[in-house]
Design a protein around this ligand. Structure first.
Ligand SMILES: [Zn+2]
Length: 334
């Protein structure tokens, strides 16, 4: 959990960076490019509670249908811009629901008051029950950038990849008897700022959901909150986000190492503001898996160049399998 003063510092540093670079307002959402520290996972992050026997008992590596996930990305990007309040956004809601037929699905729907007016916001939640007490949440946003709505921006990576990977997780979980924690998949909405990224103009869906789950007691049951955002870049470099929970990052890193994918993880450390923050602030263990170096110097982020040709099924597979392996490790640890 980050103390409030850290959060305000983060925002302040973001503001300074924005002013300094003279960037358009939308360019700064999510990223606070503070100092880059060299790798990586410090020794204090290495999990100690997994012994050799537990690791040997893991069984075969998880499988993940990356080709199908990539196909979802193409179909989702094919809808065009999908900002909150748009027709395309509604079409995507229907598309997600169509892929979850027969699953246990709930919505957290409300009206968000934004600097651009009132908008309907809907978080979509699919629940896959396990035999064990506790919930692991995998979340990712499905709305696309609002200020770029008239530029042809399709958000293949930013919005598309997260929506698609969650649909594939649903395919993996559907019909399989889970011997572990319940898994809840959350397609978050209103992640993007409508005007300029601030604490109140961003994260509309997750701020609402975290508050709701705090009030109804759900938050206490969440063992881990795994957020995925912009995970399709063919040149995949998942950041080590300093706002995420260190011990949970170490489990992710161990999962990546088991699968031989660790070189794609945690090469630089930066603080990231994303959908996990409302949960971090309430004490939920969170990790944000995000690649904020999308094209050299992040040049494709929040531009009409965020298109399907920049992505690769291999990256989706890396994040998909590491996520599933992380869940298996979490179920071994506690
Ligand atoms: Zn974005």
């Amino acid at each position: 959990m980050i103390p409030p003063n850290v959060e305000s510092e983060v925002r302040l540093s973001a503001l300074v960076v924005c002013l300094f670079l003279g960037l358009a307002s939308f360019a700064c959402s999510k990223q606070k490019p503070a100092e880059t520290t060299q790798p990586v996972v410090s020794s204090t992050l290495v999990p100690t509670s997994l012994d050799g026997k537990a690791l040997a008992d893991l069984g075969p590596a998880p499988s993940f249908n990356a080709a199908r996930t990539m196909q979802y990305v193409k179909e989702i990007a094919g809808f065009g811009p999908r900002p909150i309040g748009s027709e395309n956004h509604k079409k995507l809601e229907d598309y997600i629901h169509a892929h979850l037929k027969g699953d246990t699905v709930e919505e957290d729907a409300f009206t968000a008051d934004t600097p651009e007016g009132k908008f309907p916001v809907r978080n979509i939640i699919a629940k896959f029950p396990g035999t064990r007490e506790g919930i692991i949440v995998i979340a990712g946003h499905y709305d696309t950038n609002y200020p770029l709505r008239n530029t042809g921006y399709v958000g293949a990576n930013d919005g598309g990849s997260s929506t698609a990977i969650l649909l594939e997780f649903a395919n993996q979980l559907r019909g399989a008897k889970r011997d572990g924690y319940s898994i809840w998949l959350v397609w978050t909405d209103g992640e993007e700022a409508v005007k300029e990224w601030t604490a109140t103009d961003s994260l509309y869906g997750t701020r609402h959901l975290a508050e709701k789950w705090q009030q109804d007691g759900t938050l206490k049951k969440i063992k881990a909150f795994l957020l995925e955002d912009m995970i399709g870049d063919a040149d995949l470099n998942i950041e080590q986000d300093s706002n995420s929970t260190a011990w949970l990052q170490s489990v992710v890193y161990q999962a990546a190492t088991i699968l031989g994918y660790q070189s794609h993880f945690f090469g630089r450390t930066i603080p990231i503001e994303d959908d996990h923050l409302p949960f971090v602030q309430r004490g939920v263990p969170c990790v944000d898996l995000i690649d904020l170096n999308y094209g050299y110097n992040n040049v494709f982020h929040h531009t009409p160049q965020d298109t399907v040709d920049k992505l690769s099924p291999k990256s989706l597979e890396i994040v998909g399998t590491v996520t599933l392996e992380t869940i298996r490790l979490l179920e071994k640890i506690k």
